[in-house]
Design a protein. Structure first.
Length: 231
């Protein structure tokens, strides 16, 4: 028999995908094709045209989705996967201090409805020379991510102001005042990975974000419901 947790998750996923099964229904959407959903326990399920539930084959690598956690885990399970206590645990964000590629970072787990939907590394080290954020931090993570996941599907530098565009030695300054943004992104199985560097008012941020593709519409639905509840 299907568990209440699984049924509740399938109902949410089906609403997002345009279906609306009743509390005792096990029927997939019309059209003959199976649809894919995910449980709050992080397990993927297929709703097949013959009215049956099937757990989807798992093909995640050991390093995905984020650190030791899997998409769909609750905050208690994520906390148990870490060896230390978080420096922040409020408003759907659980943050730890760590080191990655020889750099100090914050590792943040992001939840929607107590469901893990995203993870993020944010570099916390500060540089005297703003260019080091680009040449050391951003480029260092770009090389490491490319080595592990291959060539990014998209890599771009966006200029909002061309003042420093022709002088690479000033690109760090350009980033720090918001003139330039650089990013790259990958798709690995059911996870989107994005590396970005941006700044404003001489404060630069370098971050790597991991996001569940399958849970993105569920996150949107849960956050919309939360917003509606506040009105």
């Amino acid at each position: 028999m299907i568990s209440p947790i699984l049924l509740r998750t399938v109902q949410i996923a089906c609403m997002v995908l345009g279906a609306a099964p009743g509390p005792n229904s096990q029927q997939p959407t019309s059209g003959g094709a199976a649809i894919r959903a995910v449980t709050f326990e992080g397990k993927e399920v297929l709703l097949t045209p013959d009215g049956k539930w099937e757990y989807a084959p798992q093909a995640h690598s050991d390093s995905l989705p984020f650190r030791k956690a899997k998409w769909g885990m609750d905050s208690k399970s994520v906390l148990a996967s870490e060896k230390v206590q978080p420096v922040q645990n409020a408003d759907g964000v659980m943050t730890f201090k760590d080191r990655l590629l020889g750099k100090d970072v914050y590792a943040a787990y992001i939840f929607a409805g107590d469901v893990l939907v995203r993870g993020k590394y944010v570099l916390s080290a500060k540089h005297m020379n703003a260019t080091d954020y680009y040449t050391e931090d951003y480029d260092g993570f770009l090389k490491a991510l490319t080595q592990k996941y291959g060539k990014p599907i998209k890599k771009e530098v966006i200029w909002k102001n061309d003042l420093y565009k022709d002088d690479p030695s000033e690109w760090g300054t350009a980033i720090s005042v918001g003139h330039m943004i650089a990013y790259a992104n990958w798709t690995v199985e059911d996870t989107e990975i994005a590396l970005i560097i941006y700044g404003d008012n001489f404060d630069v941020t370098v971050a790597v974000e991991y996001m569940s593709k399958l849970l993105e519409p569920v996150e949107d639905k849960l956050r919309a419901d939360e917003d509606q509840g506040k009105l």
